[in-house]
Design a protein around this ligand. Structure first.
Ligand SMILES: [Zn+2]
Length: 488
């Protein structure tokens, strides 16, 4: 009986503490500098973005299939539209068509900053051209959106960077730190052998350039409204990106004629391998930045939701469990496994002598290829399998959230709109910035455009378009970011 009273007493105490904690579960007041007034020319931006979209800078794994004349056209376009950048900054062409602009800072003892963008876009999937409301390379501005391939990924961002720097030069601004604009030419090509961003980073290394911060694509500002829980704009700043590695796993067998099959063919045995792999998922754990993300959202939520969020430390195992059941959420907290390809015999009537599958793993920062290989060995009961590494890219390092650049991004974003909430997050795909790890510790993947999830899904797809109402803040953000990062 006494235990019951103790239990009830503790439970009562917990409830009271939670009620009080939830009331004080608020975002920390950060000392912010007042935002500078920035003039931006939205019409000019729109014209330039529309014209940039009209140039078909489509990249391809096979460089012989790239229409390099389009990239030449794009370079000429930049030269014509951004005369001050071309007058003030030095321009270096790297690899086939990547560009580095350098705006020398007044204090050579300070590390510079780099603003990244890629010039290339993905092609239009065959047969889908007619599904576009406006042709993908017409660069149409209908007064609400700018339509076309690259409108979101990422000519919008690239042109915003160019506009902002051009305008700062026009205003006579002098950076203390050197400002680099780095424009890759084949970001969209997975594992490009002649990767432009890699070549730029190598060029920096050779030049002895170390950067204070790199800002690239990756996150955006997403309206996040859950009725009765939270109403904010979630600005995800990518502080890391997942790795991706492919393994081929094969089972060998005798083969022979299908008229006299054994109990299990090689494919039959392989089915068990697939089951083992899918059943033994990587362990899910909540990384600090996911914890921080939920805590930040929790602090902006309604009081009833706060009762839950303020006890995240206690509910963590339960939250992790729930997240593993929701694929997009699971991808944030564990290395994901996807069996994607399978091969057996080449004929209907031939027993396979070898059957194989290809498995794509998306690794969390900290999980290496070696770990993945070990995981396969540990998970599969059949020890007569061959494991072959195909191709892969290790996960990135994790950039800190206490750097000057992260703080500046957070401050600029949150001060410009009270609804904006900046939180670190993990980028699922790859970006050019991955290649800059040797020359920079503070790499952030963030585009300051407010876009909803529906629009984000148009990236690489049909009807890619940028909402006009997202432009003004983005242009102001870049000007302020450059100023704040290079004032001292
Ligand atoms: Zn992109």
């Amino acid at each position: 009986m006494i235990f019951l009273w103790i239990f009830l007493g503790l439970l009562g105490l917990f409830i009271v503490v939670t009620l009080i904690r939830a009331a004080f579960f608020k975002p920390e007041k950060v000392e912010t500098m007042p935002l500078t007034e920035e003039s931006v020319d939205i019409d000019r931006y729109c014209t330039n973005l529309c014209d940039a979209i009209k140039i078909k800078t489509i990249s391809n794994y096979d460089r012989d299939l790239v229409d390099w004349a389009e990239f030449d056209k794009f370079h000429a376009f930049l030269e014509e539209r951004y005369p001050l950048i071309h007058k003030t900054m030095t321009k270096t062409k790297i690899a086939d068509a990547s560009l580095v602009f350098k705006w020398e800072g007044t204090d050579p003892s300070l590390d510079g900053i780099a603003l990244l963008g890629h010039q290339d876009v993905v092609p239009i999937a065959e047969g889908t051209e007619k599904d576009w409301e406006h042709p993908p390379f017409d660069g149409v501005n209908d007064g609400e959106f700018i339509w076309g391939r690259g409108a979101m990924d990422m000519k919008n961002h690239l042109i915003a960077v160019m506009e902002s720097v051009e305008s700062l030069i026009a205003e006579g601004y002098q950076p203390k730190r050197t400002v680099y604009i780095c424009l890759g030419h084949n970001e969209e090509v997975v594992a490009a052998p002649d990767n432009g961003a890699k070549a730029i980073a190598k060029y920096f290394e050779e030049q002895g350039v170390h950067l204070e911060a790199v800002l690239d694509e990756g996150g955006a500002i997403l309206p996040a409204t859950v009725k009765g829980v939270v109403d904010c704009n979630l600005a995800g700043v990518g502080i890391a990106e997942k790795g991706s590695v492919n393994y081929k796993i094969s089972v060998n067998a005798k083969g022979g004629h299908s008229s006299q099959p054994p109990e299990h063919t090689a494919l039959g045995h392989l089915a068990d391998v697939i089951k083992d792999i899918e059943k033994h998922q990587f362990k899910a754990t909540m990384p600090d930045f996911v914890y921080d993300l939920f805590t930040s959202i929790g602090k902006r939520s309604t009081y009833p939701a706060k009762l839950l969020f303020c006890n995240l430390w206690l509910l963590k195992p339960l939250v992790v469990k729930i997240m593993t059941k929701i694929p997009p959420a699971a991808s944030l907290i564990r290395t994901c496994t996807a069996v994607t390809m399978a091969q057996g015999s080449p004929q209907f009537n031939v027993l396979p002598q070898k059957a194989s599958i290809t498995v794509n793993f998306r690794t969390m920062p900290g999980v290496t290829f070696k770990d993945v290989e070990q995981h396969i060995k540990d998970s599969v009961r059949n020890k007569n399998i061959d494991i072959e590494f195909l191709v892969g890219k290790e996960a990135s390092k994790v950039s800190p959230t206490d750097s000057k650049a992260f703080k500046v991004i957070k401050e600029l974003c949150e001060s410009s709109n009270g609804k904006n909430l900046v939180a670190p997050f993990l980028v699922m795909g790859g970006t050019d910035s991955y290649n800059y790890e040797n020359v920079c510790d503070n790499i952030y993947r963030f585009a300051p455009f407010v876009v909803n999830t529906g629009l984000l899904l148009c990236t690489h797809a049909t009807n890619e378009r940028l909402p006009l109402d997202s432009i003004e803040e983005a242009l102001k953000f870049f000007k302020r970011y450059v100023k704040r990062m290079t004032e001292n």
